[in-house]
Design a binder for this molecule. Sequence first.
Ligand code: HEM
Length: 133
Amino acid sequence: MTDVKFAAVTDESIGRLVDEFYTKVRADPALGPVFMHAVHDWDSHLATLRDFWSSVMLTTGRYKGNPVAKHRQVEGISHDLFARWLALFDETARALFEPALAAVFNAKAARIAESLQLAVFYRPDRPWPPTAA
Ligand code: HEM
């Protein structure tokens, strides 16, 4: 098996990352059902996510949306699922990109995941970060 990894972030390499990541997400026993329940048009979801990562990594400004509002509506979303999401994303980015680039993707994903979790779960009367239940 060849192990040639992307050495540049381009629309093409972002497309591969998005496709392979959501293929894993759909097959994942914990994340899969949550996504299958919420996403009805996968082509449109994947196109949105390509735009999102293009905006994050290439500052193309192509994504115009409100991820906080969207994630507040996702039934079954939880802290544990965020950890799983990040682990799968990390695995996918490392498999496709050279280590330094995978690290940039993963740092961005972790930062965005943190701010999404604050927006979705934080309550002023509860400790943050949340203690394990
Ligand atoms: C537990 C973790 C997560 C779950 C279960 C989850 C689930 C979902 C679902 C179901 C949607 C589709 C919502 C809809 O169309 O109504 C969605 C959209 C999206 N997610 Fe996540 N997500 C998670 C974490 C993340 C993270 C960490 C990021 C970014 C690093 C992210 C980025 C996005 C974006 C950009 C959209 C598109 C929002 C839009 O339509 O404008 N998600 N997510």
